[in-house]
Design a protein around this ligand. Structure first.
Ligand SMILES: [Zn+2]
Length: 75
């Protein structure tokens, strides 16, 4: 057998299969293409994904928006 093992897990939100990169890392962020949920890899063996939405998310987003605003202002 010479089958390349694909790293696949399931979205904890919608249950859809999500392919993870060949070298997934704990803490890596993913975006579910089906439900647009933000996910984080919390464990590699077995692969466990966790949703990224909670009270921290709003702060995270604000920081990110500010970052992008600065970025676009520079361009
Ligand atoms: Zn999903």
């Amino acid at each position: 057998m010479n089958v390349k093992r694909k790293k696949i897990s399931r979205c904890p939100s919608c249950g859809e299969k999500i392919s993870i990169g060949e070298r997934p890392k704990v803490g890596q962020y993913l975006l579910c293409s089906i439900c647009d949920e933000k996910l984080e890899i919390v464990n590699l063996d077995p692969i466990v994904l966790d949703l990224l939405f909670d009270s921290n998310e709003s702060e995270f987003n604000i920081d990110e928006y500010e970052y992008w605003e600065k970025y676009w202002n520079r361009v």
